[in-house]
Structure formats: C-alpha cells, structure tokens
Ligand binder design. Sequence first.
Ligand code: GLA
Length: 681
Amino acid sequence: MTRKILLIASVLSTIVVIASCQPAASPAGGNTAAGLKTIWLDQLDVSKALSGTGPTKANKSFDGNSITLAGEKYEHGLGTHSPSQFILALDGNAKRFYAVVGVDEEVRILQQQRQQQQGFRRRGGTVEFKVVGDGKVLWHSSVMRVRSDPNIADVNIVGVKQLRLIVSEVENNYNDHADWAMAKIEYAGKKPYAVEPVVVKPYILTPKPGPKPRITGPAIFGVRPGNPFLFTVTATGSRPMSFAAKGLPDGLSIDSATGQITGSVKNKGNYTVVLIAKNDRGIAQRNFRIVVGGTIALTPPMGWNSWNCWACAVDDLKVSESAKAMVDTGLINHGWSYINIDDCWMRMEQQRGDPDPNIGPPARDPNGNLILNAKFIDMKALVDYIHSLGLKAGIYIGPGPTTCQGYVASWQHELQDAKQFAEWGFDYLKYDWCGYSSIVKEEPNLEEMKRPYILMRKALDQVPRDIVYSICQYGMGDVWKWGEEVGGNCWRTTGDITDTWPSMARGFQQAPLAPYAKPGHWNDPDMMVLGKVGWGPDLRDSGLTADEQYTHMSLWCLLCSPLLLGCPLDKLDEFTLSLLTNDEVLEVNQDALGQQASRIVQEDGREIWAKQMEDGSTAVGLFNTDDYSKQRITLNFADIGFEGKCLVRDLWRQKNLGAFTGKFTAEIPVHGVVLIKVTKF
Ligand code: GLA
C-alpha cells in the first residue's frame, strides 16, 4: 500500500472508529443494512490464536490494558504479540474484514520505564500485519512502530474459505504488542469460527547411535606453536570406552579414559594422527590432522552461549550446569565443545537501577583489572571446571566503554583484558561493538570500524593462548569482506536473531557471503534458537515449528556457521536433543574443506543449497520457503556438477534413498527441508 493511501486511511480511521463504536451502527451478531451479519473477532474463541510469547487477549492489549492506539481507546479488538496468527474458517459467503491495527501505546510506557531504569531503550515494537485469504496476502500494513498512525484493514473477503490474521516481527520481537482493534467480519452464510492452527508436532528423524564406537567431531584441528592444546576425542557408543591416538607430535599426550589430548607442540607442521576408540562392542579408527601453524578454528566452533536463554539472568551456576549437562546429555560425544558466557558478568561504572546486587561502581579495581559482578564468584575456578570436563570456555566483552547492556567493556584496557582472559583460561572471545558507538561518529567509516578489532587482535596475539576471536558488529561495513584481514575467526553478519521464521530465514540471505568463509574464518548469522529460549529468567519453547527447526539446523550446517546453542542444556527435550546429535548432519558443518554452501536454485518458495564436501560428495538442502503449501522440489544433478547416476543419502534419517538418474525429487513441508548427500555412482 502506498504512503498516500495509508495517510488517507489513517485520517479515515478516526472517523470510522467513532462510527464503529456506536452500538447501533454495526451490531455484532445483528443484520446490517445489506442483510449481512457482523461478528466482532473478540466474540470468537481467541484461545485458538497462536502467539509467540503469550495468549492473545479479547478486548484488551497484550498486557491486559485497554486497547489503545495513537491516543485512542478501543472497546473491541484483539491484543496480541508477534509472531501471531489467528485462523478463521469462513464458508465463502463472508464479505468484509475490517480492523484498525497498530502497536499498542503500552509499549511506549514500557520503553520509558526501561530508559529510566537502565539508561537505554529496548529496540523493538516493530511489526507488520497481514490478512491472508486462502493462502493469498489480501492486505498488509506498513511497518508499524509504537508511534505510527494506525492502519486500516478494510478487506474484501468474498469467496474466502480460510482467513489468517498474521502479525510478524520486523526488527526483533521485543515489545511487539500488536492490536487488531475493532476487528470484525461481515458475513452472509454460516457464522465464522476460529480454527486450531496446524502445529507441526515435533517429530524425531535422527536414529539413536548404536553401541559400537563411532568417532565424531572434526577431522582437523589447528593450534599455534607453543600454546596449550586441548582437544577431546569424541565418540558415540556404549561406555566404558577407551581412547588412543597414534602418531601424536612430541609434546602431546592423550588420556585414555577421557579422550582428552593435552600438552603443546613447539614446531609448526602438519601431523596425521590415527584416533582410536574402543569398547566391548568393537573398535573405531579415524584419521585426524593436527595443523600447528598460524590458524585456529579450522572448523566452525560448536558449543553453547548464555545469551539466547538467560541474557542478563546468567550466573555462574547456570554456566556450570550447562557445562555439566553438555556431558550428561551426551552432547559432548557429538563434538559440542564450547561453553560461552555472554554479556552481564562484569560490573558497571555507574549504577543504573539494575536489580542485580553489587554491580558497581567501581567496575575495575585500583589496578584497572575487571571485577566480576555478584553473580560470578571465581572465573578461574569456573573455567577450570569447564576444562576438567574436556570442554572449552568462552567470554564476552566489547571495545567500547560499555557493553550492550551497560556493563564495563575494554575501552583503553584491551591488552590488560586480553591477558586477564588468558589467565582465566578462556578459549573464545566474543567482542561486541555496541558501546563503541559512543567513541565514533554516527556513521563510522571503514577505518573506524576496523580499528577496535585490530587493536584487540594485537592484544590477543600477545597472550600465550589460542583464543577464538569472534567479531560481533552485526555485519556493518560488509564485515565479511575484511573480517579475516582484522584477524577474526568468525564475524556476525546480521543483527540479533529471535525465534521466529522471518528472523531465522536470514540464513537464506547469506548466499553472497559464501566466498568469504574458509577454514579459520566463518560467516556467523547468529546463535541458534532451538529448544527453550527466553533472553531472561523465564524460558519458553522456541517459536519455530519442528520443520523450521530442521531447516535452522540444516541451513546453519550448510553455511559453515558457528553452531552456538542458545538453550539451557540441562532442560533439553528429546526432540531438541535429536536435532543436535545427528552426526551425519553435524559432519556437513564440520567438514574439513570448510566450503560454505551456495544457493543453486531460488524460485517461488523453493531453494536448493549445495555444499561441496572433502570426500567428493555434495551435501544438498532442498528447502520449502513458502508460507502456505508443501512443495515438490527437484534437484538436477547437473546443477551440482554431477551427471548420470548418483547415490542419494538422507542425512537426517541416515538412510540411503538409492541410486537416481539425472535428478532427485522430494516433497517438502512448509518451511521444511530435506537434507541429502549426493555421491557420484
Ligand atoms: C548484542 C549481541 C548479542 C548479545 C547482546 C548482549 O545485542 O548482538 O548477541 O551478545 O549484545 O548484550
């Protein structure tokens, strides 16, 4: 809709609202002048509406206040939160859908409160409304924020059998309190009714690993000469299991009970080692390359990060519980290894009314060293514990005076902080731009964008430890073009992810970035939103459907993205665990060639992505990106450089599908995927 029409619509809105508020003008359930009946949507079963963060309310805003848009209160309507969907069955005889839509005014109050308490406003409260009839978008709003003028949806629905009212997030889904005010339907035949949405129930594809040993994890590992080496050989199979490694370079040894290889190697070089795992059911062997040189993170880091689940509610118990759970759930046996603490472990220079006790000032001791806030007691002990489990530890800070959440960051303390992280024993640093915006002008040039990252790179190069350097600045200045040059091992290519399809579908925008990913240097479209998420003390199930979760995992593997879980590992359900423990899927991510998938087909809700693997095969994802219908998708082998007969293996099911000539076709559910491996016959 053009801006002009919207403006007219918004002027009209006041008039229409006043008219609709008169009971006699459009009596719900009564006959209109044309013999039509009218029903308010709040008279339907609103409990059937699906909403990402809580129930949709009748005649109330999402937080239970009067529905209020741009200063106007409305007596009828639905208060919801993105992403949300309300499905209505019609008999084809309804005529008109009408509503006044916008972001409820209570969001402004919420944002003001946060500004007062924490010194910054939370972004968000940005949504789009859609009216969809039988799979076709009949109307959509502008992108709406809390101060936007309301839009009017006045939609002809003649002949429509199924009407969907959709609210989608735009930036993220913080504060997306969205109102369908005065929402009503005019109809002639059967009364419209609300329909239970089709929820894709979690279904498990990953077969359980067998009792025989099977070595998992990457087949290649990089380390710098002289730095501490920690790599845990991982394998599935029944326990007890013993481990060995033939041909380890001087300076390294393996603990046969835990599989942990430790020590350090003085000289640069490439070493091929044979890893062995043995139990009472058999023995497994696999070649493993140790590359002692200048590059680490030769495969994308796999692990956990505290942000998407706990955000600032993180504390050392939650971190150590996650580390323990990585072992207890068996995730470690599939190669998951990092336990990363995100923001909110430090103190603040200025107290900002944050409810956390003991957060400052001061934020540093008299010698300029960082001080932990009250939620963390002893960082060295926590990291030692993580290492004792055979896992690695990660930490977060930023180049500015403060982090995104207002805690102290490394501005003018870069080397001191890098040394501190090394002393504590960290193996991974996420370096987040946020507070650095106060140091540079609003539109920094490339030079200014690179500067803080180069500074910390130099600092990290001075500490005797391999620390994976994760650059986080949301993709500014096409960071993928220079992330490697400033010494990054991975770089965020996008803003923050949330657990909705539009947010996760950012993965499909990564195609042009493929040439920049390589061993040691990875594009990072952000952490995962599988399992439970919440960004705070309260957790909920990911808003992604089961099929969307398969797509998330498959796409991140094809993209060679770092795999950082954002769910509490001690609260994993069977379905989520199955998503994270499919070794054939994980092999796609960890493949030693490190080649990011390219998109080879993109048409009408169908996408095919192909990733060349080191063994000569190609991993292929056939994705249905259509919002409403399943799709038959055909891969022509010629498009991946193969001719004639090829073997196709379904990676999620770990099952050979057979030999196919010229092409392979699969039927894919809405937002779902089939992930296959194609090998020349
Ligand atoms: C930014 C980052 C997130 C997270 C938060 C912490 O928003 O993009 O991943 O680290 O900061 O405050």
